[in-house]
Design a protein around this ligand. Structure first.
Ligand SMILES: [Zn+2]
Length: 620
C-alpha cells in the first residue's frame, strides 16, 4: 500500500473528531437537528485548524442518507454515517455534491462566472451541493461583486462555505450574508493528545516530551503538527529500526533551542558572568539559530518566571515536569521587577533587531545588558559565589552602579557626591536594592584582579574579539556609538571623552519618563511625549526636539527642573537644550489622528484584526 501522509490518513470524518473546535461543530450539529441549514458560511481562522475539514464533514452530513431518513439518528447522533451511498461517495472522493474551489489560483471574474453557472444545476443525488471556496480573501473585488447576486438569491440546493485566514479582507457585503465561524488556535495539549493517538495507531512509542516539542513547534496548527510528525517519524525511526521517538532526536531534527540554553542565560545573569553570556551568544551564532527567535523564546522564558512569581504555581507553564520544577526553583533568583525590566528590554530589542544589519553584535549587546538589568536582584542565589570573593578588599566608594559597557563611565564622572539613597529609583528604573557588601569594583579604575570572569565586569577583550572578523581595523566597522563606547570604557580617564552617548540615553529614556511619573511630574512627561532626543554633544548637552508648540513652551519654562532630573537620573553632568521642531509639527498636524489611524488600519495587521474581529474604532 502506498504511503499516505498523516494529515490525510487521519483527517477527521466526523464532527466529533475535529479537535478543539467544539464551539463550531456543536452549533452546526444543532442547526442540522433543527433543519436550519444556511446558504452562506464563513469559516475563518489560522491555517491548519480544521476549516476545510469541518466544511467537508458538513457537506457529507447534509447529504447523508441516514441523517435525512432517520430522524432518531439525526437527533441522537448527528454525524455522517459513513455507510450510506452518499457517505461512501464522499469518502472515495467521488461525490458530485461537493466542489472545492481554490480562490488563490482562480480569483478572476471569469472563474466566478463559471462557478455561478455551475451553481444553477441541482444535485442528481442527495440534497445539497456544497461549494467550498478556499482562501476566499484572494478574490478580486470584481469577482466578489460577480458573486454577490448568487449569494443574495442562492438556489435552494446550494451551500457556500468560504474558508479564509484573513477575515478582514472579505467585503462587508459578502460577510453580512453569511454565518461566521471563527476557528480557534488549537491548544498545545489537544495537539499533543492527537499526536499521541496517531502514534498509538501507528504502533509507535513516543516520549511525551518529544510530542510536546512537535506540538509546540506547530503553534496551534494541527496540520503543521501532523506534517512535522511525518518528518519526525521518517527521521527518528529508520536509523534505529525500532518504532520509538525520542526527545533528543526530535530536538535535534527541529533545531530546537533547548530550555537548558535559557536557564544558562538566567544563570549568567544571576552570576553576572559576562563571559558565559558571550559564550552562549557565540553558540547561538555558530549553530545558525535565529537571534530574533532566540530572543522571542527568551521572553517566553522570563514570562514563565513571572507566572511562578504571580501564581506561585507552574501549571500554566507548557513544559515537561522536570523543567517546571526547575522554573519553580530558579524563579527566586530574580525579582519580578528585574524580570519585567528585562522582558521590556528584550521586546524593544526584538523590534529594533529588524532594522539593523549587525544582528550578532546587537544580540550580544542585548544579552550583556541583561546582566546589568538583573544586577543586585539576585543576591540570594549568588551568595555562595560572593562568599568566595569576600577576601578581596574591593568595596565600591559609593552606591554607584558598577561600570558596564552600556554605562561606561557613569560612576567615574559623577559631578557631585552620590545622592543619598532616598532616590526612588536606580538608573535602570528598578527599585533600590541594597548593594551586596562584596559588590564588584566600580569601574576600571579599581582594576580587575579576578580576571575576565570577575563578577560584574564585562570582558572587553572577548567582546572586541568577537568583531575581529571585520578585519584588523575592526573598531571602524562598529556602529559609531558602540565604537565610542568601547573607546570610552577603554580609557575613560582621559579628558575630552564624551560625557554620554545618545544611544545610551535613548535606551533608558522610557525609564526616565517612568521615573518622572513616579515623582508626580506627569504633566512634564506628557510634554516629553511630544518630544524626542535629537542629539547629545560631547560636552553633555542633550538636545530635545519638541513637535508641539505648547509643549515646547512648557518644557522651556521647566527646563531647569528637567535638567536636574535628567542629570540625577542618568548620573551624568547633562545640560538640556529644547528646540521647537516646526517641520515635524506641521506634518503631524497635517496627518491627523484619523489619517494615522486609517493608515494603520491599512498597513498594520494587528490593528486590522482588532477592527475586523472586535469592531475596534478610534476613540479620540
Ligand atoms: Zn451517510
Amino acid at each position: 500500500m502506498s504511503y499516505q501522509v498523516i494529515a490525510r490518513k487521519y483527517r477527521p470524518a466526523r464532527f466529533a473528531d475535529i479537535t478543539a473546535q467544539e464551539h463550531i461543530t456543536g452549533t452546526i450539529q444543532n442547526s442540522l437537528r433543527m433543519g436550519r441549514v444556511g446558504h452562506g458560511y464563513i469559516f475563518s481562522g489560522l491555517r491548519g485548524v480544521g476549516k476545510t475539514t469541518a466544511a467537508r464533514v458538513f457537506a457529507k452530513a447534509v447529504n447523508c442518507e441516514r441523517m435525512i431518513e432517520d430522524p432518531k439518528y439525526l437527533k441522537e447522533v448527528t454525524e455522517p454515517c459513513g455507510e450510506c451511498e452518499s457517505c461512501r461517495d464522499f469518502d472515495a472522493g467521488a461525490s458530485l455534491n461537493i466542489s472545492e474551489f481554490d480562490a488563490a489560483s482562480n480569483n478572476g471574474v471569469d472563474d466566478i462566472r463559471l462557478l455561478r453557472d455551475n451553481v444553477r444545476y441541482g444535485p442528481q443525488k442527495g440534497r445539497y451541493r456544497v461549494y467550498i471556496i478556499d482562501e476566499v480573501h484572494m478574490l478580486t473585488t470584481a469577482a466578489f461583486n460577480a458573486f454577490l447576486k448568487t449569494l443574495e438569491e442562492p438556489p435552494p440546493h446550494a451551500i457556500f462555505i468560504f474558508a479564509t485566514t484573513e477575515l478582514h479582507k472579505i467585503p462587508a457585503t459578502i460577510a453580512s450574508r453569511c454565518q461566521r465561524f471563527n476557528f480557534k488556535r488549537i491548544p498545545l495539549d489537544r495537539i499533543q493528545g492527537q499526536l499521541q493517538q496517531i502514534c498509538d495507531a501507528e504502533g509507535i512509542t513516543a516520549d511525551a516530551d518529544a510530542l510536546q516539542l512537535v506540538a509546540r513547534k506547530a503553534q496551534g496548527s494541527m496540520r503543521d503538527a501532523q506534517s512535522i510528525l511525518d518528518q519526525v517519524i521518517a527521521f527518528a525511526l529508520d536509523s534505529e529500526g525500532e518504532r520509538v521517538i525520542r526527545y533528543e532526536k526530535v530536538a535535534d531534527l527541529l533545531s530546537y533551542i533547548d530550555d537548558e540554553h535559557f536557564f544558562m542565560v538566567t544563570e549568567a545573569i544571576a552570576n553576572a558572568d559576562a563571559a558565559a553570556m558571550l559564550d552562549l551568544a557565540g553558540m547561538v551564532n555558530r549553530n545558525g539559530y535565529d537571534e530574533q527567535d532566540f530572543i522571542e523564546k527568551l521572553i517566553e522564558h522570563f514570562r514563565n518566571f513571572l507566572i511562578i512569581h504571580n501564581l506561585r504555581s507552574s501549571k500554566l507553564i507548557e513544559r515537561p515536569e522536570p523543567v517546571k520544577e526547575r522554573y519553580q526553583r530558579d524563579a527566586l533568583r530574580l525579582t519580578p521587577q528585574a524580570i519585567m525590566a528585562m522582558t521590556d528590554f528584550l521586546m524593544q530589542t526584538q523590534r529594533e533587531l529588524k532594522f539593523y544589519a549587525e544582528h550578532q553584535f546587537r544580540f550580544e549587546l542585548a544579552l550583556l545588558k541583561l546582566i546589568e538589568l538583573g544586577r543586585g536582584t539576585s543576591q540570594m542565589a549568588t551568595a555562595p559565589a560572593d562568599e568566595k570573593k569576600k577576601p578581596e578588599p574591593v568595596t565600591p566608594p559609593s552606591a554607584s552602579a558598577p561600570a558596564t559597557p552600556s554605562k561606561p563611565a557613569a560612576s567615574a564622572r559623577r559631578p557631585k557626591a552620590a545622592p543619598a539613597p532616598e532616590s526612588s529609583a536606580t538608573p535602570s528604573g528598578l527599585p533600590p536594592v541594597p548593594e551586596p557588601p562584596t559588590a564588584p569594583p566600580a569601574g576600571r579604575a579599581a582594576a580587575r584582579p579576578q580576571g575576565a570572569k570577575a563578577a560584574g565586569s564585562i570582558d572587553f577583550g572577548s567582546w572586541k574579539q568577537s568583531f575581529s572578523k571585520f578585519g584588523s581595523n575592526a573598531d571602524q566597522h562598529l556602529p559609531a556609538m558602540n565604537r565610542q563606547r568601547v573607546e570610552e570604557s577603554a580609557d575613560h580617564a582621559e579628558s575630552g571623552a564624551p560625557v554620554a552617548v545618545l544611544e545610551q540615553l535613548r535606551m533608558e529614556w522610557g525609564r526616565f519618563l517612568e521615573h518622572l511619573s513616579a515623582r508626580g511630574l506627569q504633566v512634564l512627561v506628557s510634554h516629553l511625549h511630544a518630544s524626542e532626543l535629537v542629539s547629545c554633544s560631547p560636552s553633555g548637552v542633550v538636545q530635545l526636539g519638541c513637535c508641539r508648540k505648547f509643549s515646547y513652551e512648557e518644557l522651556q519654562h521647566d527646563s531647569a527642573l528637567l535638567e536636574s532630573e535628567l542629570a540625577e537620573f542618568y548620573r551624568l553632568p547633562l545640560k538640556l537644550a529644547v528646540r521647537y521642531d516646526a517641520e515635524r509639527d506641521a506634518c503631524t498636524r497635517e496627518k491627523s489622528v484619523f489619517t494615522m489611524f486609517k493608515e494603520l488600519s491599512e498597513t498594520n495587521e494587528l490593528v486590522r484584526y482588532l477592527i475586523s474581529d472586535f469592531g475596534a474604532e478610534l476613540a479620540y
